[in-house]
Design a protein around this ligand. Structure first.
Ligand code: ASP
Length: 304
């Protein structure tokens, strides 16, 4: 049994671990942990306290996947609900669908009795006003300014929380929750709720989830690429490396390639990889005696 997370999920990993230790499923573990981060107003990339879109609305993307049958549930651009991850789980378990967005996702949330919340905190609202005030004129200019800022300050525009879990029965699950890019275009959907882009798992091989410049993970199916690497016999580090290296063939300037992935194989081996030196990830298993933070393997383009 093991649980793995992006670094901002470290505090919630103990919750996920307790679910597994008590005999719970990997699916329950990743959902429980994501709910903790969704409630943390200090994390400006997830749930309550998340940075809003251009119009000052907090739009949440989330997804959950279970690796036994590869069922998947995602919500995108969901407003006004406290736990998008649980609405995503309802998409997976209560509807014959994989992805529900916007007003439809909110209708489902209401239907299942999900708790509403004021997601825009005064602190996030102040940052939004300040961010727009410093952006070039026009709405598209404001979005483009975030792309420019990526390489210098990824934390400011990016975040997202990833959880992967392997339970005592050998089942794997993954969950991702995010408020997406700060000041994103309204209705913009990132990689986090899309199967294979920001989130993917398969009991036969392992799991991966991403944070970073979601549009790149959407274009290359980064999470699925990691799991494909595991399926082809690569170890977690090599599979993660291959997926990030693929991004450097997109023709984008190297300093715009901002991506992080956490990977877990079916035997409990794990790795974190990043294009940004210094980034970390978190994990917890039987032998670790608590949540551990580990440095991610850095992947940069080969010097030409
Ligand atoms: N990947 C997320 C998105 O593009 C943001 C992030 O991870 O920082 O919505």
């Amino acid at each position: 049994m093991i649980v793995v997370a992006s670094a901002n999920g470290a505090e919630a990993l103990e919750v996920a671990w307790t679910v597994l230790e008590d005999g719970g499923s990997a699916l329950d573990a990743v959902e429980a942990a994501a709910r903790v981060v969704e409630d943390d107003p200090r994390d400006h990339s997830v749930g309550t306290g998340g940075y809003p879109n251009l119009l000052g609305q907090v739009e949440l993307d989330a997804s959950i996947m279970e690796g036994t049958t590869r069922r998947f549930g995602g919500v995108a651009a969901l407003q006004g609900f406290r736990h998008p991850i649980s609405v995503a789980r309802a998409v997976m378990e209560r509807l014959p669908h994989v992805l529900v967005v916007g007003a439809g996702a909110a209708s489902l949330a209401a239907e299942i009795g999900a708790e509403t919340a004021e997601l825009l905190t005064p602190e996030a609202e102040a940052a939004w006003r300040d961010g727009l005030a410093r952006s070039p004129a026009g709405l598209t200019g404001a979005v483009l300014a975030q792309v420019q800022a990526l390489s210098t300050n990824p934390e400011h525009v990016a975040g997202t929380v990833d959880f992967l879990a392997l339970d005592r029965d050998g089942h794997i699950a993954s969950a991702v929750s995010t408020s997406g890019w700060a000041w994103k275009w309204p209705g913009r959907v990132g990689d986090s709720p899309i199967p294979g882009a920001g989130n993917y798992c398969d009991d036969r091989f392992g799991a991966a989830a991403c944070t970073g410049f979601g549009e790149l993970a959407l274009r290359t199916q980064t999470a699925r690429t990691v799991v494909n690497g595991l399926a082809s016999g690569l170890d977690v580090a090599a599979a993660g490396r291959a997926a990030l290296e693929d991004l450097f063939a997109l023709g984008e300037p190297a300093d715009r390639i901002v991506m992080n992935t956490v990977a877990l194989d079916r035997n409990g081996n794990h790795a974190g990889l990043t294009t940004e030196p210094g980034a970390r990830y978190a994990w917890r298993d039987e032998s670790s005696g608590g949540v551990q933070l580990a440095t991610r393997i850095v992947v940069r383009p080969d010097p030409a």
